[in-house]
Design a protein around this ligand. Structure first.
Ligand SMILES: [Zn+2]
Ligand SMILES: [Zn+2]
Length: 282
């Protein structure tokens, strides 16, 4: 076992929406890390999904601020924060996407570990509804009541917001009250992790990628987090052998000793389809 082993260490999670439950077992079984929650941590102070507090930083910057806040307030030497964002998927713009970023700041090793994944397996959605049947059709579509709903008096600058609605009786009751006052009501999926099993699955996926990164060590000095730092294009065309834009190799770089290793044909593909070749199919 190397001196950089995580076994027996404690990781403090800056979260208040029970995300530790999703990741606890994987961290313990894969790395021997005990995941605990930061006491009295108010992550909403850093911005919320339903728009009461605007987020001003990038997800990575926000996650770093959360980690720093916990490091400053506790004796912890390893802290994790997570940031979820929702919107158009970067590769499939017509599909809704969920990005989950996980950051660990490790004071003992003086390093950071970060993963960020996109998934289309999300129910992120919102719309104005003006009748019980419209409301219930939307609720059915997003997987209510396993997935909770938020009802607001308007899309932006809402005067009234009701979150974490997960029974039909409460949904109809809150809707009737808001409809009486505002006519139409804005319904949206509650994306807080504890109210959204689909998001929990994406967070778990991000956790697995982070654990894999932490378990990947430099072959020269065994420092953890031996991450891909460069994607080199140039996979040869199957027909003319000229280089294409497809990835030919991955390069990993050690943050500690700067050792580099290349992995050729990382996707198990040795040539690219001539359809994507600039010479064969310009
Ligand atoms: Zn070609
Ligand atoms: Zn190294």
């Amino acid at each position: 076992m190397s001196s950089y082993s995580f076994n027996g260490r404690t990781l403090v999670f800056a979260t208040m929406h029970q995300k530790e439950r999703i990741l606890k077992t994987d961290f313990l079984n894969q790395l021997g890390i005990t995941l605990v929650v930061a006491n009295a941590f108010d992550s909403d102070a850093f911005g919320t999904f339903s728009g009461e507090i605007e987020r001003t930083q990038t997800p990575l910057e926000t996650a770093r601020l959360k980690c720093e806040a916990v490091l400053a307030q506790t004796q912890a030497d390893m802290v994790m924060a997570s940031e979820g964002t929702f919107g158009a998927h970067p590769h499939y713009a017509f599909l809704p996407g969920n990005n989950e970023l996980l950051l660990i700041v490790d004071k003992r090793l003086q390093t950071e570990f970060v993963t960020s994944i996109w998934s289309t397996a999300t129910n992120f959605d919102a719309r104005y509804v003006s009748s019980n049947s419209e409301l219930m059709a939307f609720a059915k579509q997003i997987g209510f009541p396993e997935h909770a709903l938020i009802l607001k008096s308007s899309e932006t600058h809402a005067l009234e917001i009701s979150k974490g609605i997960c029974t039909k009786a409460e949904l109809l009751n809150v809707f009737a009250q808001l409809q009486a006052r505002y006519g139409k009501v804005y319904a949206e999926t509650d994306m807080r992790a504890l109210y959204n099993p689909k998001r929990q699955a994406v967070i778990r996926e991000a956790g697995k990628a982070l654990i894999e990164l932490m378990a990947s060590t430099c072959p020269n000095c065994q420092f953890p987090g031996f991450a891909i730092t460069e994607y080199v294009p140039g996979l040869p065309c199957a027909q003319c052998q000229q280089p294409t834009r497809a990835i030919r190799e991955h390069i990993r770089t050690c943050k500690n000793c700067k050792h580099q290793s290349a992995m050729l044909f990382p996707n198990g593909k040795f040539t690219e389809d001539p359809m994507y070749c600039n010479y064969c199919n310009p």
